[in-house]
Design a protein around this ligand. Structure first.
Ligand code: MSP
Length: 664
């Protein structure tokens, strides 16, 4: 069996995980779950970086023993990673004995070949970065990242002959273009190496917190030199030769773009010096921002993963981060967009599809489905989606893999709308046709469920159970995503997987180290009211987009494309129309929105008779919160042009468009 060893960066233990650090771990988890689905023997390692000076200082500040502080922080990390359902096989901490042994072993080896020598360091050191800085790196004498003055240090240090490896590194990059991806990071690092490498300091003198240099117990190993070696010590380097033989070299290190230099210049040079194989690949992902702002504790722009999990659970968060961010580029999170995507992708789209097949299978076929003929067009859609999914996931395009799975979901919803199972059910002569249509939908849901297993492990397993899968998820393989027009399936009806969400935004802090965080939420927007005219046709939709921080005069009052995309406009067909008793303006409509039927109340009664409306194609706001009008719940809003003082005219099309089609 092919083996696959993946690592993430190990996190500094002096602050709790936030959505940015969690993003990296979620993406890595999606990758390894995909590899397991594809039949690989996977080893997935994460961990904590504990020998930073910041860790030591923080512990002292709190009056705690640094080791005990690290233990406490490790519990907090593990709590968050557990809540996100991360499937790591090992969690390494750099204070562990196995790590210390491996670090000292590697340093001895590098020293033995003459690549570590004693010298004197005099220069800047930024503790927040844990990095030595050159004068040219500073802006106005400050660290450009932390805006603080670095420490000037003058001490006996041990140096690593990084400069010696300049040309070998360039050769490696040229022989292995895949070594660092995406390309944008590769180009950056190539320029850096080409501009010349200097030897680097790899020890700190007179400090107690860290791993002692084997040649000098009064110096500790520089935290980055120590931390990088975790990738090998976690698989037995220096302690378990058989384990090391089995897993090293790593197939990929998944790390953030800010630390690619350490991973693709210093780390490979250390391994070259020690005569050890290099990791096959490094993937430098982008950063997650909060509404365009860097996540920063001091600015209050840090999102606690537990807060996000408390709103909708782990799977919607995993889906959002995987689907909405191009893996490798920077991405954005906002509570509003998160809630929108939840409603659109999960409540309205996938969740609704799963509910509908459960309900229709029960209503029309007593909960059992089997094929009665050849599959319809969904089979070809699913087969293409499987190919697209595989090539996207193999190429680290996680967002492309998810999009392929959702193409099956969209197609299944459209298939229901166009085949109209409820109409087939009224005609006894079309019983076989109905059976095959329902079977096809259930099969499409099953395949989408298999493809979504890496992204939404719990929910996808539940979806599979509902469409007749009896095996546990761990036994399912990518080959199971082939279309199967066989079998008698027991379809289970269940509660909605993702009920439509009210808009809420967390305002409270998660109590540190509690297993059940207490979150306070408050409404972001007040949308609908209960008065008759609150949904005037043509009236502006009443959502309130969050304004940019300080709009220029020309931009004042304008919304972004993201704001516009929050409005889910869809084509729908009017099935029935009747005047609302005691109302001059209102008419009650039953409409087919492609994926479901709904009741709408529209203020168009003065302009249209009910019989003019039946069968008509309209455009509606699909994701508007329900509102009661004259006691009738309206689930959406009809679009019409409403001239001042005149009668409304419905928005329409000059040709037939299928219900459910998005308008944008
Ligand atoms: N301890 C070092 C890594 C040593 S690896 C041998 C470190 N730790 S960190 O806690 O600062 O960052 C851990 C990982 O999270 C890094 O890969 C970093 O790039 C990533 N991220 C930190 N903030 C992030 C975002 N806002 N968004 C995405 N990833 C981010 O660096």
């Amino acid at each position: 069996m092919n083996r696959f060893y993946l690592t993430t960066a190990i996190d500094y233990a002096n602050s709790r995980p936030h959505l940015g650090t969690a993003y990296e771990k979620i993406a890595a988890d999606v990758l390894v779950r995909y590899k397991r689905l594809a039949g690989f023997d996977v080893h997935f390692v994460m961990g904590n970086d504990e020998h930073s000076q910041n860790v030591f200082r923080k512990a002292k500040e709190l009056g705690e023993d640094p080791r005990a502080y690290c233990d406490r922080m490790a519990q907090q990390f593990l709590e968050v990673w557990g809540a996100l359902n991360l499937s790591f096989d090992d969690f390494i901490r750099t204070t562990e004995a196995r790590h210390r042994a491996g670090v000292q072993e590697l340093i001895r080896r590098i020293t033995d070949v003459g690549d570590i020598y004693e010298g004197q360091y005099e220069g800047w050191y930024c503790v927040s970065c844990e990095a030595f800085k050159q004068e040219k790196d500073l802006i106005d004498g400050l660290c450009p990242i932390h805006r603080t003055k670095p420490d000037w240090i003058r001490e006996k240090n041990y140096f690593f002959r990084l400069s010696k490896y300049e040309s070998r590194l360039l050769e490696h990059f040229s022989a292995h273009p895949e070594f660092l991806i995406p390309d944008v990071r590769r180009n950056e690092i190539l320029r850096l190496i080409e501009s010349g490498l200097e030897d680097i300091s790899v020890s700190r003198a007179g400090q107690s917190w860290g791993i002692p240099m084997p040649q000098d117990p009064n110096s500790v190993v520089y935290v980055w030199f120590d931390a990088l070696i975790n990738y090998m010590t976690a698989v037995g380097y220096g302690t378990d030769a058989a384990l090391f033989e089995r897993w090293w070299p790593a197939d990929v290190h998944v790390i953030g773009k800010d630390i690619t230099r350490f991973h693709t210049v210093i780390w490979p040079a250390m391994l070259m010096s020690a005569g050890l194989p290099l990791p096959r690949q490094v993937f430098g992902h982008g950063w997650v921002h909060l509404k365009g702002e860097k996540m920063s504790k001091s600015l209050g722009t840090v999102v606690e993963p537990l807060e996000a999990i408390a709103v909708f659970g782990p799977d919607p968060l995993r889906l959002y981060l995987t689907k909405e961010i191009t893996f490798g580029s920077d991405g954005d999170f906002s509570w509003e967009r998160y809630e929108d995507r939840y409603n659109v992708d999960l409540a309205n789209n996938l969740g609704n599809l799963v509910s509908r097949i459960g309900a229709m299978a029960e209503r029309y076929r007593g909960g059992r489905l089997s094929p009665t003929g050849n599959p319809g067009r969904l089979a070809a859609v699913a087969s293409q989606a499987l190919d697209d999914y595989r090539s996207a996931m193999d190429g680290f395009a996680l967002e492309g893999g998810v999009a392929a799975a959702f193409r099956i979901v969209d197609a299944a919803n459209e298939f229901i709308a166009s085949t109209e199972p409820w109409a087939l059910a009224r005609d006894p002569a079309r019983g076989n046709e109905l059976s095959q249509v329902l079977f096809d939908v259930a099969e499409a849901v099953r395949i989408a469920g298999v493809l979504l297993l890496p992204v939404m492990p719990k929910s996808a397993e539940e979806i599979l159970r509902r469409v007749g899968e009896t095996r546990p998820a761990s036994e399912i393989r990518i080959a199971d995503a082939q279309w199967r027009n066989t079998g008698d399936r027991a379809i289970v009806k269940g509660d909605p997987l993702w009920p439509r969400a009210p808009i809420t935004v967390p305002t409270g802090k998660v109590a540190i180290s509690t297993s059940s965080p207490t979150i306070q939420t408050q409404p972001v927007t007040q949308r609908s009211t209960n008065v008759e005219d609150s949904q005037q046709p043509g009236a502006a939709a009443s959502f309130t987009p969050a304004p940019p921080p300080s709009p220029s005069r020309e931009d004042a009052g304008k919304i972004t494309i993201d704001d516009f995309m929050k409005v889910d406009l869809r084509v729908a067909k009017v099935l029935t129309a009747e005047k609302v008793p005691n109302s001059r303006k209102l008419v009650k409509l039953t409409i087919d929105a492609g994926t479901e039927q709904r009741t709408l109340v529209a203020g168009i009664s003065e302009a249209y008779e009910p019989e003019q409306l039946t069968g008509r194609t309209i455009v509606m706001v699909f994701n508007l919160k329900p509102a009661k009008l004259m006691g009738i719940e309206s689930n959406g809003m009809v679009l019409a042009a409403s001239p001042e003082g005149g009668k409304p005219t419905l928005v329409g099309f000059d040709q037939e468009i299928a219900p459910g089609t998005r308008v944008r």
